[in-house]
Design a protein around this ligand. Structure first.
Ligand code: HPA
Length: 233
């Protein structure tokens, strides 16, 4: 048996899955950081691999960008492949002026504007929250690795491009630290379907100051984030 968008057989995906948006990131990490990685999904080029990290079995699956795409993979990973832990690894834009590029964020909770999320709750507002065990473990792992993290609330949006004036001011004022496009639906679905979830993010740009990171900064930050996520697995 397999699912609609993943061609793996049940059992070929580990209990813990790292979920980058970019399928080529999944391929890169599998080929460079995992041992004995085997590709289990090529449907739509949304690559997924299972291998081991320090002897522990782990999978890494591309999700695509946005909540529409990532929700499909989260649903299928949990419902069909009985995945227990999903750790998103991705980038975000910071919306506090003193958060620097390359900083690693642990997303405690995710507000957002997702239509899918609102539909589940009849227009009421659910506080989509990370799993505390994963959050605490990630925090301690980062400390041991001497990687500085910021813990806080983020915002997941359906629209990367928009023309709403001063859109982020109200969220900045309420302490939101970063904006990305997947975590709110990940947290909601994980809770709904009985799995644990956490997003570990690196800051690729700062929306308040207009800074954007270069390729080299992004590479270093990505490796810090991946180390935390892989140790967590
Ligand atoms: N907006 C939304 N998603 C993002 C951003 C952003 O500025 N940066 C990285 N992911």
């Amino acid at each position: 048996m397999s699912s609609i968008h993943i061609e793996a057989k049940v059992g070929e995906i580990a209990e813990t899955v790292l979920l980058p948006g970019d399928p080529l990131r999944a391929k890169f990490v599998a080929e460079n950081l995992l041992e004995n990685a085997v590709c289990y999904n090529r449907v739509r080029n949304m690559f997924g691999y299972t291998g081991t990290y320090h002897g522990k079995r782990v999978s890494i699956q591309g999700s695509g960008m946005g909540m529409g795409s990532s929700a499909i993979y989260v649903n299928e990973l949990i419902n069909t492949y009985h995945v227990k832990n999903i750790i998103r690894v991705g980038t975000c834009g910071a919306i506090q002026k003193d958060i620097t590029l390359g900083q690693v964020l642990l997303a405690v909770s995710a507000s957002g504007d997702s239509g899918a999320n609102a539909a589940y709750f009849n227009g009421m507002h659910y506080a989509a929250t990370a799993d505390f065990d994963l959050l605490l473990k990630a925090y301690n792992i980062a400390k041991d690795l001497q990687i500085k993290t910021i813990q806080g609330s983020i915002f997941s949006t359906d629209t990367f491009y928009d023309d709403i004036p001063n859109r982020w001011d109200i969220w900045e004022k309420h302490g939101i630290i970063g904006v990305e496009m997947e975590s709110q639906i990940l947290y909601t679905l994980a809770k709904r379907l009985g799995a644990k979830a956490l997003s570990v993010l690196t800051v690729s740009d700062n929306i308040v100051t207009g800074q954007v990171s270069g390729a080299k900064e992004r590479e270093q930050a990505y490796m810090d984030m991946m180390k935390i996520a892989l140790e967590l697995a």
